[in-house]
Design a protein around this ligand. Structure first.
Ligand code: UD1
Ligand code: MG
Length: 456
């Protein structure tokens, strides 16, 4: 790999009108991360130590997201949308530092892979002044066409400006491009706007470079790599491509998935060894699963840590701050939020555990609720190791249940319970012998009378 320095300029000044959304286009998400996060992450992984993002006016939210991802990023505003070359020149102050390689990326093209960017950079290292990404779409309509000769790439012709013969070319411009830093400003300065759109086209960098006696090449890649997003339908298509990649990577790392096409992952989901995921599971951002864990069907996990050998689901919900220790069991219709469930503890059915600690080996019965919210503030429930919480108990926080304590079924616990003691809060049971039998006979007699009265 090249040791030249690298500046990545991400163009994101577009309005994204066709998304029909109040959210700027590059702040939409796939795999739980914004499009901008994907692009900047890939740029950095390909060696882009210097980063610039070109935004439109009133795109403060885009600038803020860029800074969140990479605090070192420089933000440039393109006041008028005069074309992709004009957008690149908006980052003039970054270009002036004359970096070795310049990668021009699009904020709405998030599936570009690190390997592909590295290929572009290799082309520069091999002497090209301009390297573009070519691909062969099923339908080339609308894309710039790559015009080649025996010496490489001659020019890129935008669809609108292309002749019939040029439109017949199936090899298209993916949009992203690499420029050699030592020539970039000279090339960009020579680009004019004599074309159908009266725009300064970055694509003209190819013909300009050739005219200067420099070389330009095309690096061929897959359509998925350069898939751009303009509409919600294309956003969903990109999500599908990303999900396929994430599932394959998980399976390559040893995760067992019975029906991978029904499992939805986030870019940051991590798995240990020998993990099994049953069908229809959603991993929202921030989930870590340790070795030997089993995630059963229809579970939803977000911001959660699942310990070694733990079993989750079916139909479990782990919300942010759920931390499950080794061999914990969380069963159907159990919701865990901001709670640590220590090694070997179990909540197998129908429970809500929020803002809590459940000690090692404790057993949470069906219907247990930690009443963590009083309408104004959240309070903590602390359950000791080995405690037994009988079914249908309400634990009114703040409250502490000691180690080894036993809570009788149906209790409403409002005061701390010392370790190893029994707490029971339940009204006295009344038994009336023969009552049900008398009721049954009475009802039967009434029915017979009514039927007799109807007879003529
Ligand atoms: C571009 C290429 C085309 C290629 C296609 C691949 C040019 C001139 N054409 O066309 O050859 O086949 O991508 O998808 O580059 N942007 C700005 N400021 C501007 C104009 C654009 O920031 O003034 C940004 C957009 O937000 C977008 C990117 O640059 O992220 C590309 O612009 P877009 O209008 O989508 O170019 P295409 O017409 O798709
Ligand atoms: Mg586009």
């Amino acid at each position: 790999m090249t040791d030249r320095s690298c500046l990545a300029i991400v163009l994101a000044a577009g309005e994204g009108v066709r998304m029909r959304s109040r959210t700027p286009k590059v702040l939409h998400t796939i795999g739980g991360r914004t499009l901008l996060d994907h692009v900047l992450g890939t740029a950095m992984a390909a060696g882009g130590a210097d980063l610039a993002v070109v935004i439109g006016p009133d795109h403060g939210a885009v600038a803020a997201e860029a800074k969140r991802i990479a605090p070192q990023v420089s933000i440039f505003t393109q006041r008028e949308r005069l074309g992709t070359a004009h957008a690149v020149l908006s980052a003039r102050a970054a270009l002036d530092k004359a970096p070795g390689d310049i990668l021009v990326m699009f904020g709405d093209t998030p599936l570009i892979r690190v390997e592909t960017l590295k290929q572009l950079r290799s082309a520069l290292a091999d002497g090209a002044a301009v390297a573009v990404l070519g691909f062969r779409p099923a339908d080339p309509t609308g894309y710039g066409r790559l015009i080649t000769d025996k010496n490489g790439l001659l020019a890129i012709r935008e669809h609108k400006d292309a002749s019939e013969a040029e439109r017949a070319i199936g090899f298209c411009n993916g949009g992203l491009m690499a420029l050699a830093g030592e020539h970039a400003l000279a090339i960009l300065a020579r680009i004019g706007n004599q074309n159908a759109n009266k725009e300064y086209y970055l694509t003209d960098a190819v013909a300009v470079a050739r005219g200067m006696g420099l070389s330009a090449v095309a690096v061929e890649t897959s359509e998925d790599d350069v898939r751009g997003i303009n509409t919600k339908a294309q956003l969903a298509e990109a999500e599908a491509v990303l999900q396929k990649r994430l599932r394959s990577a998980a399976m390559d790392a040893g995760v067992t998935m019975v029906a991978p096409e029904t499992v939805f992952l986030s870019s940051d989901t991590t798995f240990g060894k020998n993990v099994t995921i049953e069908p229809n599971v959603v991993f929202a951002p921030g989930v870590r699963i340790e070795d030997d864990a089993v995630i059963r069907s229809f579970s939803h996990l977000e911001g959660a840590h699942v310990g070694k050998g733990a079993r989750v689901g079916p139909f479990a919900r782990l919300r942010p701050g759920a931390k499950l220790g080794t061999d914990v069991h969380i069963g159907n219709f159990v919701e865990i939020k901001a709670a640590t469930i220590e090694d070997g503890a179990k909540a197998n059915h129908l429970a809500y555990i929020g803002d809590a600690r459940v000690g090692a080996g404790a057993n949470i019965g069906a219907g247990t609720i930690t009443c963590n919210y009083d309408g104004y503030a959240k309070h903590k429930t602390d359950i000791g190791a080995g405690a037994f919480i009988g079914t249908n108990s309400s634990l009114v926080a703040p409250v502490k249940i000691g180690d080894g304590a036993y809570i009788g079924s149906g209790s409403v616990i409002t005061q701390d319970v010392p370790g190893d003691s029994l707490a029971l809060e339940r009204s006295q049971q009344t038994v009336k012998q023969g009552w049900a039998k008398r009721l049954r006979e009475e009802r039967l007699a009434r029915k017979k009378d009514a039927a007799d009265a109807k007879k003529p």
